[in-house]
Design a protein around this ligand. Structure first.
Ligand SMILES: C[S@@+](CC[C@H](N)C(=O)[O-])C[C@H]1O[C@@H](n2cnc3c(N)ncnc32)[C@H](O)[C@@H]1O
Length: 300
């Protein structure tokens, strides 16, 4: 994985236009975490605080910390809940003062390179019996991303746009399993494809402006160029996401989930209900048994 342009500003209001759709995978993830009474929970890449609110909602009595490198996102988050310990920090260098029972990251880790290093490091920040729970978009082959790639190869922006979308270098589900299983008691990995119903193709462009498109727009030199780029992108998106009979568009969105549990005293007393929705799911639930235990640890 290469370096990522994470320094481009986030706009909390634009991001939250699709709060319902963006928070849904976080609800699904948090509902699956099998840790009963965590004392400390943390949200990495908390953004405007929507994922933190879900974490807090499940375990209101736990101490809660939340980390983000965007001052704009953090200002919105801070205003949402004064009881959370909000921290402006880079995830790549952040470490908790004491081990955390549930370490959550929703829709943030795809902005961080080198998962082979970062994920074992983060699992090492989890207390015995606790969980590292991560969700990331896995959309590099979806039509809206391919439309971006097509646009990139033509027009005046050809030589200035970043080379790839942030989730194009995600590991596969089994590669995440291989990475974490040697240092975890159990690894639960699955993909879910959501089918978001949006008012029209303009909404898909607006959705990407709130997240993945930011580095692309920031790389363009003027508003004129940005407007032209957005107009051409809308044309592409309109072609690949035709309106349904009711005038709306269906926007498929694939997300990769993983929960890795640390060895140690387990406080997994509750087993949350399974959440099922309008989604197709490829799910690999793989429990480690002693015979699968490898001899060495891959933690770096
Ligand atoms: C797409 S938002 C996710 C917000 C929220 N967690 C949610 O569930 O919708 C990604 C967040 O990750 C943060 N982020 C990206 N790279 C980061 C880094 N290296 N350190 C800290 N935060 C980072 C961004 O600032 C942004 O707020």
């Amino acid at each position: 994985m290469g370096t990522r342009p994470t320094a481009v500003r986030w706009e909390p209001a634009r991001y939250l236009e699709f709060e319902r759709e963006r928070s849904r995978p976080c609800r699904d993830l948090v509902a699956r975490i099998e840790v009963a009474e965590p004392h400390r929970v943390a949200d990495l890449g908390c953004g405007p605080g929507n994922s933190t609110a879900i974490l807090r909602g499940r375990w209101p009595r736990a101490e809660c910390a939340a980390v983000d490198s965007s001052a704009d996102m953090l200002a919105t988050a801070r205003a949402s809940d004064p009881t959370v310990h909000w921290m402006l920090a880079d995830l790549r260098t952040w470490a908790p003062v004491a081990p955390v029972d549930v370490l959550l990251s929703n829709a943030a880790m795809h902005w961080i390179p080198d998962h082979a290093h970062e994920f074992p490091r983060l699992l090492g920040c989890v207390a015995p019996g606790g969980a590292l729970a991560i969700q990331m978009p896995a959309n590099s082959t979806e039509p809206y991303q391919e439309a971006l790639t097509r646009l990139q190869t033509r027009g005046p922006w050809r030589d200035v746009l970043p080379p790839a979308d942030p989730d194009s270098e995600l590991l596969s589900a089994t590669e995440y399993y291989d990475l974490l299983a040697p240092i975890a008691r159990e690894v639960d990995v699955w993909d879910t494809r959501y089918y978001h119903v949006l008012p029209g193709p303009e909404a898909i462009v607006e959705w990407t402006r709130g997240a993945g498109l930011r580095p692309w727009l920031a790389a363009l030199a003027s508003d004129v160029l940005r407007e032209r780029f957005l107009a051409e992108y809308l044309e592409e998106v309109t072609t690949v996401y035709p309106r349904r009979a009711d005038g709306r568009v269906v926007f498929p969105f694939l997300r990769r989930f993983l929960i890795a549990y640390r060895e140690g005293r387990s406080n997994r007393r509750d087993r949350p209900g399974r959440v099922r929705g309008l989604a197709s799911r490829t799910r690999a639930r793989i429990r480690r048994t002693p015979s699968h235990r490898p001899s060495g640890s891959r933690s770096r």
